[in-house]
Design a protein around this ligand. Structure first.
Ligand code: SAM
Ligand code: SF4
Length: 333
């Protein structure tokens, strides 16, 4: 515990960016196999004893909050809801003064949305990349569109506000559904957020040609449902509000409109590796530190060193860009 006389200090990097947002991957496992994320087969899961326990995760989160004033924690994976007892972790983290959110594929929410809400989860993002059953199955390699749609409705019914639906747009795969998704968001009362495809697919098939630029996404929607921009703050999503008052959309232009200069995130993988960036090629082994008797001072120092070494930007469009060896599900999106 931090001495109360010792207020949080900003966790700044060499470019003056202050970090306040912790992304925690609670598992590398997943019940889907989305083509832009995982291979069809052949993932080697981390053995259970390599995953951080709920106590270890809570301890790191507490250091982030008490030492550095973090105000936001997002749980992700793999698929976070396949980790047994997730609500127990939510309850522990909900005791911290943070905005606590979850990113999920939605497949288990009919059963879990209510208990997660009761455990203290504040917000929920649900991934859905096609509204067409055959295409959904081709994309996720699972025939579960009705379950995910029911899951989205269960999240709304449980009182999450707003529920956000994440759509990864891939050229030639689902870019003809952009306006359908806008309509879906308006009809269902959810905020749809379109995400540019990033070079983090396990199959390594990503190419620039498959990226649908965020400006193109916004223009396609604007032509049917006129919008106006909303101030985004440090939100990676560029926000646009419908002029008729029927909600808003978000567009996350990681590739064509990088927001690295305002990045305030650090990421913890399920096996306890701290990453300063989604695209980092190096990590800090917090699990070994935790399990070798590190003090909170030691953990805080490791956080500082990792963030101090953060680069200015991911440089996806540079010829020198090197893909991280871990794919999205192994990092935690
Ligand atoms: N399983 C959960 C889910 O799908 O929401 C959480 C983990 S998933 C890795 C987190 C987010 O990353 C999802 O919104 C997913 O669509 C997105 N994602 C995965 N691979 C991606 C890629 N190559 N480019 C862009 N977004 C990706
Ligand atoms: Fe699983 Fe999420 Fe990756 Fe899809 S995007 S394979 S649901 S971790």
């Amino acid at each position: 515990m931090t001495d109360l006389a010792d207020p949080p200090r900003p966790l700044a990097d060499g470019f003056g960016r202050v970090h306040r947002d912790l992304r925690i991957s609670v598992t590398d496992r997943c019940n889907f196999r989305c083509t832009y994320c995982m291979p069809a087969e052949g993932m080697d899961w981390h053995p259970r004893d390599e995953l951080l326990t709920f106590e270890e995760l809570t301890r790191i989160a507490t250091v982030c909050v008490e030492r550095f004033g973090f105000d936001s924690i997002r749980l992700t994976g793999g698929e976070p809801t396949v980790r047994a007892g997730l609500a127990v972790l939510v309850e522990k983290l909900a005791a911290l003064p943070v905005d606590l959110s979850l990113t999920t594929n939605g497949s288990t929410l009919v059963a879990q949305a209510g208990p997660l809400r009761d455990a203290g989860l504040h917000r929920m993002n649900i991934s859905l990349d096609s509204l067409r059953a055959d295409r959904f199955e081709a994309l996720t390699r699972r025939d579960e569109l009705p379950r995910v749609l029911d899951g989205i409705r269960a999240a709304v019914a449980a009182g999450f506000e707003p529920v956000k639906v994440n759509v990864v747009v891939v050229r030639g795969v689902n870019d003809d559904e952009i306006v359908d998704f806008a309509r879906f968001g308006r009809d269902e009362g959810v905020v749809v957020r379109f995400i540019e495809f990033m070079p983090l697919d396990a199959d390594q098939r990503w190419s620039h040609e498959q990226v649908v630029p965020s400006a193109e996404i916004t223009a396609a929607i604007d032509a049917v449902f006129p919008t106006e921009p909303v101030h985004r703050g440090s939100d990676p999503a560029e926000r646009h509000r419908y002029l008729d008052g029927q909600g808003e959309i978000g567009v996350i232009g990681t590739v064509t409109e990088p927001f690295c200069s305002s990045c305030d995130r650090v990421r913890l993988t399920a096996d306890g590796q701290l990453r300063a960036c989604l695209f980092s090629t190096d990590e800090t082994d917090l699990r070994s530190l935790l399990r070798s008797g590190a003090t909170d001072d030691d953990l805080a120092a490791a956080l500082q060193t990792t963030v101090a070494g953060k680069w200015a930007g991911h440089g996806i469009s540079n010829v020198t860009f090197i893909r991280p060896t871990r794919s999205m599900s192994e990092i935690g999106g």
